[in-house]
Design a protein around this ligand. Structure first.
Ligand SMILES: C[S@@+](CC[C@H](N)C(=O)[O-])C[C@H]1O[C@@H](n2cnc3c(N)ncnc32)[C@H](O)[C@@H]1O
Length: 263
């Protein structure tokens, strides 16, 4: 069995469509996992993940890559706070609606909740947080984090919204948990929720093919309100943003154009 043939049984078992992920990178990761477990090749690996729940879970976290942290790339969060959020709050019709897509362990949507709470009461904003991986969503809901995840978070938030649990772990407060609704959502397959004033999609499209990326950004464009903003990861600048009906307002921030250019 070669990598091409391997994709179909993987899809059947995991519902992850490897066709949408950059092949070289993904193949390298999977091959490393196969070697680590001293398996002979893709066929044996399929058999192993079918029968071994732990290996199946290890495989899922290998392909979904769910590393995250609070305030990841702090300088971009400062731009969000000082230059993007004030306009979004001013122009929001009713509640400010935010979506953190591919949210992993929740660090990103919880960071948003802390930041927005400085400007709005809880009743005036909502945050939807989604990920493909159900296990990671459960972890996010529990809200316990290690020291490393909190390293970039401003101290005022760490002091206000976390309780120390043990030597190096911290529990996020219910006050922040209440601001975030978690749901499973596959960016490659599911219908996109709407409407939103701000969408964050960071450090995930980097694994996808250009075709999949364009589809995702087009879908986000439809999910954004007029003048809504898309915030992307620090290696994920959108080169063809004009074609996709966005204006670039700052590095890593794209505003939906008011003219509906796309069907
Ligand atoms: C590296 S994490 C990014 C977390 C967070 N956005 C950040 O920047 O810190 C990537 C996340 O994307 C999720 N993911 C991978 N493929 C996905 C898909 N097709 N749909 C939704 N989420 C996906 C993974 O489960 C993982 O939690």
């Amino acid at each position: 069995m070669d990598y091409e043939q391997f994709k179909a049984p993987v899809y059947k078992l995991t519902h992850v469509d490897l066709d949408c992920y950059k092949e070289r990178q993904m193949k390298r990761r999977i091959d490393a996992l196969i070697q680590k477990h001293r398996l002979k090749g893709y066929e044996e690996f399929i058999e192993a993940i079918t029968n071994d729940k732990n290996l199946f879970e290890e495989f899922m976290s290998y392909i979904t890559i769910n590393v995250s942290e609070f305030y990841r790339n702090p300088e971009q969060w400062r731009i969000l706070e000082s230059e993007i959020l004030p306009n979004l709050i001013k122009n929001a019709k009713g509640k400010l609606k935010v979506w953190s897509a591919a949210c992993s362990t929740g660090d990103e949507p919880y960071s948003l909740a802390m930041l927005i709470k400085d400007y709005l009461p809880t009743s005036e904003f909502s945050i939807l947080a989604t990920d493909l991986d159900l296990q990671i969503i459960e972890k996010a809901k529990v809200g316990v984090y290690g020291e490393k995840s909190l390293a970039g978070l401003p101290k005022k938030y760490k002091d206000k919204y976390f309780t120390k649990l043990g030597e190096k772990s911290y529990q996020i407060s219910d006050e922040i948990k209440k601001c975030v609704t978690f749901q499973r959502h596959d960016l490659l397959k599911d219908v996109y929720p709407e409407p939103f004033d701000l969408i964050l999609c960071r450090n995930v499209v980097i694994y996808f093919t250009d075709e999949a990326k364009n589809r995702i950004y087009t879908n986000f464009n439809k999910s954004l309100n007029k003048n809504g903003v898309l915030f992307v990861g620090s290696t994920e600048q959108i080169i063809n943003y004009r074609e996709l009906n966005y204006s670039s307002i700052k590095s890593f921030f794209y505003k939906k154009n008011s003219t509906e250019g796309l069907s």
